[in-house]
Design a protein around this ligand. Structure first.
Ligand code: SAH
Ligand code: SF4
Length: 396
C-alpha cells in the first residue's frame, strides 16, 4: 500500500484573515449573544435565568416569574408560551408578542445503518452546522458543534477544510441539545433516558475559540434548573488552545479531551498546526495542571490512527512516556476518511499493537468504534456547505 502524503493537504494555505485568527488571542471572532430571529421578537433560548428574569422584571413582573419561564424553556422544552399553564392568559399573550423560544431548523437529517443520526442544522442566516447523535446500548452521546467551520486546519479533518464562517451563539449551542431532546421526546430534561446521557463538544469547530458562548451554553446545560446534565457527562474536546484549557478548568470544570495525535512537535505541527503556537510540552503542562485540581479531572488524550504516519510502536511508547504522570487515558480514533483526503486509517493490527503497547506501559487505552461513517457523521467528517460571506473582524 502506498504511504500517505503527510505534506500539504487538499486545501490551500491559510488566508490572511484565517491566519491572524489562528495566531491571535482567543475569542476575537464576534458572534451575537442571541440568535438572529426571522421575526423581530427576542429569542429566549440562550439566555440564563438571571437574563430572563431581567427581561420579565422590565415587564413589571415579580422575579419568580422569570425563573418559572426559564424552567419551562429548559426543563420542560416548551416552545409555546401558551403551554405555560401557571402563567395568566394575558401574560402568555404578552410574552408571545415580545419573545420567542426558537430551535435551529433541521435542513437535512440522515440515519446511518448503525443507528447514528446526523442533523444538518440551519440558523436563520443561511449558515449550517452539523450535530450527531450516537446511540449505544446503555447510553447516548450527542456530538455538538461550536462553530460553523473552523479556523484551525488540522490536516486529517474535514471540518478543517472549511474556513471558519462564524462562531455559533449561545442559543445555537444550547439549541442543538434542545433539538435532540425534542426529536427523542426527552422532556422533562431531568428524566433519565439512555438516549441522551452524554454531551461532547466534538462537532464542528474549536470550542475554546468560542469559549464565552460555549461556556454560557454549557452552564445552562449543566444547571439543575436548566437541562440538568451532570458536568461529568459533558466533555469538551480541544486541539490544544492552552490559555483556554485553564479557563475551562477555572470556569467550567467539564471533562476534557485533548486532540494530541502526535508525540513529536515536528509531526504535530503538520497534523495539528496550532501546535506551532502551543507545542506539546506546553500543552501537557496545561493538562497536568487541569487534571491535578481534582480526582474527577481525568483527561482523555485523543489519538487519531493514521497509517504509517503516527502509528508505530515507538510512537506508542513515547506517548506513554509523555503522559503517564497525568491522570488520563488514551482514546485511539481510527481515522475516518472523507472525499479527497490522502491519509489512510491504520490497519486493525497496527491499532491493536498500539493499544497493547499503551496498556503494557501501564495506561488505559480504548479504541473508539467508528460510527456513522456511511453518512459522513464520524469524527472529523463533518463539514457544511456554508462559506464565509464576509471577512470576519479580528482585533489586531
Ligand atoms: N476542534 C476540536 C473538537 C472537534 S474535532 C478538536 O479538534 O478537538 C473532534 C475530534 O475528532 C478531535 O479529536 C479530532 O482531532 C478528531 N478528528 C478530526 N478529523 C478526524 C478524522 N478524519 N478521523 C478521526 N478523527 C478525526
Ligand atoms: Fe478544527 Fe478540531 Fe478539525 Fe482541527 S480537528 S480542524 S481544531 S474541528
Amino acid at each position: 500500500m502506498t504511504c500517505v502524503n503527510r505534506g500539504p493537504r487538499v486545501k490551500s494555505e491559510l488566508s490572511g484573515t484565517a491566519k491572524s485568527l489562528y495566531l491571535g488571542a482567543m475569542e476575537q471572532i464576534q458572534a451575537p449573544a442571541a440568535a438572529t430571529t426571522a421575526d423581530s421578537r427576542t429569542d429566549l433560548v440562550g439566555l440564563n435565568s438571571d437574563e430572563i428574569t431581567a427581561l420579565t422584571n422590565e415587564m413589571g413582573l415579580p422575579a419568580y416569574r422569570g425563573k418559572q419561564i426559564y424552567q419551562w424553556i429548559y426543563q420542560h422544552g416548551l416552545t409555546d408560551f401558551n403551554d405555560m399553564l401557571n402563567l395568566s392568559k394575558k401574560l402568555r399573550e404578552q410574552l408571545t408578542e415580545q419573545f420567542r423560544i426558537g430551535r435551529p431548523t433541521v435542513n437535512t437529517e440522515l440515519t446511518s445503518t448503525d443507528g447514528t443520526r446526523k442533523w444538518v442544522l440551519g440558523f436563520g442566516d443561511h449558515n449550517e452546522a452539523e450535530m450527531v447523535s450516537i446511540p449505544e446500548e446503555t447510553r447516548g452521546t450527542l456530538c455538538v458543534s461550536s462553530q460553523v467551520g473552523c479556523t484551525l486546519t488540522c490536516s486529517f479533518c474535514h471540518t478543517g477544510t472549511q474556513r471558519l464562517v462564524r462562531n455559533l451563539t449561545i442559543g445555537e449551542v444550547v439549541g442543538q441539545v434542545m433539538l435532540a431532546r425534542d426529536s427523542y421526546a426527552l422532556w422533562p430534561a431531568s428524566k433519565d433516558n439512555s438516549r441522551l446521557t452524554n454531551i461532547v463538544m466534538m462537532g464542528m469547530g474549536e470550542p475554546l475559540y468560542n469559549f464565552e458562548n460555549v461556556a454560557k451554553a454549557l452552564r445552562i446545560v449543566m444547571d439543575g434548573d436548566g437541562l440538568a446534565m451532570s458536568r461529568r457527562r459533558v466533555t469538551l474536546s480541544t486541539s490544544g488552545v492552552v490559555p483556554g484549557i485553564k479557563r475551562c478548568g477555572d470556569e467550567l470544570g467539564v471533562m476534557l479531551a485533548i486532540s494530541l495525535h502526535a508525540v513529536r512537535d515536528d509531526l504535530r505541527n503538520e497534523l495539528v498546526p496550532i501546535n506551532k503556537k502551543y507545542p506539546i510540552a506546553e500543552l501537557l503542562d496545561a493538562c497536568r495542571e487541569y487534571a491535578t485540581v481534582s480526582n474527577s479531572r481525568r483527561i482523555t488524550f485523543e489519538y487519531v490512527m493514521l497509517k504509517d504516519v503516527n502509528d508505530s510502536v515507538a510512537d506508542a511508547r513515547e506517548l506513554v512516556r509523555l503522559v503517564k504522570d497525568i491522570p488520563s487515558k488514551v482514546n485511539l480514533i481510527p481515522f475516518n476518511p472523507w472525499p479527497g483526503v490522502e491519509y489512510e486509517c491504520s490497519s486493525g493490527n497496527a491499532i491493536r499493537r498500539f493499544a497493547d503497547t499503551i496498556s503494557e506501559g501501564g495506561m488505559t487505552a480504548t479504541v473508539r468504534a467508528p460510527r456513522g461513517r456511511d453518512i459522513l457523521a464520524a469524527c472529523g467528517q463533518l463539514k457544511s456547505e456554508s462559506v464565509r460571506q464576509r471577512r470576519v473582524a479580528t482585533a489586531g
